[in-house]
Design a protein around this ligand. Structure first.
Ligand code: G1P
Length: 271
């Protein structure tokens, strides 16, 4: 079984749900406590053994590339002021040379299209996808739990969690076929079904381990929900020929855009 060495992080989205905060700052760079949201997702990937991250970026996302590069003037200034702890912290967050790639998605055609844009860098090996909009608090991290599952099951693994019945139209939803502990086998999955049409209340949480065959399906995938090329539709097709599992992970996910939106609202309304 091939190990999961590479991960794709799609970071091309505009973040329209939290405008104007994201007008000039990529949503992935918004701070959560003391670091950019994206750092948590990169740390989750690293903990799971990922050695190479492919960022699928778009225009106006240069801050992300700069964040993962050296900042000579800043470092020189910190050095002069003998801020050695800060310098060491910056150094610890730098990816190893050559371990991060940046690929442009030239048009916002959907998540499936974004992942397809990474195909040349991923090549012919299984890989992970982490959606940086979704922060997951878990011990061990969600992707690590999935890698542990994958070492037993092989195939493709997605993370799932229960969602309130009236919110299925915000997520990909799976049709479970059988359950073994916290691992489901599935017969189908559908993107953003209306509550009345949802096959279950198990949502796809934004973490994936996929076989490279997914790229063939993504290449031919027609636009689906929201008129976008959907990863969920390509996975549903891949499921016909490649083993697919859903892991009910242990932990809590937070939608970056909703959380910030809510706390902003709270701040606005608090006296
Ligand atoms: C994407 C996926 C969806 C998944 C969700 C998790 O949707 O397409 O299947 O459930 O992320 O947050 P998006 O939020 O990009 O519309």
């Amino acid at each position: 079984m091939k190990t999961i060495r590479k991960a794709v992080l799609p970071v091309a989205g505009f973040g329209t749900r939290i405008l104007p905060a994201t007008k000039s700052i990529p949503k992935e760079m918004l701070p959560v406590v003391d670091r950019p949201a994206l750092q948590y997702v990169v740390d989750e990937a690293t903990e799971a053994g990922i050695e190479h991250i492919v960022f699928v970026t778009g225009r106006n996302k240069g801050a992300i590339e700069d964040y993962f590069d050296r900042a000579y003037e800043l470092e020189a200034s910190l050095h002069l002021k003998q801020k050695t702890e800060l310098l060491a912290e910056l150094e610890s967050k730098l990816p190893l040379p050559g371990s991060a790639s940046f690929v442009r998605q030239q048009a916002p055609l959907g998540l499936g299209h974004a992942i397809w844009c990474a195909r040349e860098v991923i090549g012919d090996e299984p890989f992970a996808v982490l959606l940086p909009d979704v922060l997951i608090q878990a011990e061990p991290g969600c992707l690590k739990q999935m890698v542990n599952c994958y070492t037993k099951t092989g195939g493709n693994v997605i993370a799932v969690d229960a969602v309130p019945g009236d919110q299925t139209d915000k997520y990909g939803i799976i049709t479970p076929k059988s359950q073994n502990g916290n691992i489901y086998e599935m017969s189908a999955m559908v993107e953003k079904p209306a509550p009345a049409d949802a096959p279950s209340n198990l949502k796809i949480t934004g973490r994936y381990i996929l076989q490279p065959e997914i790229f063939k399906f993504l290449e031919q995938q027609k636009p689906g929900a929201g008129n976008e090329i959907q990863l969920t539709d390509a996975m549903a097709a891949l499921m016909e020929t490649s083993p697919f599992f859903a892991l009910q992970y242990e932990g809590q996910d937070y939608d970056l855009q909703n959380r910030i939106f809510r706390s902003r609202l709270r701040l606005c309304h608090d006296p």
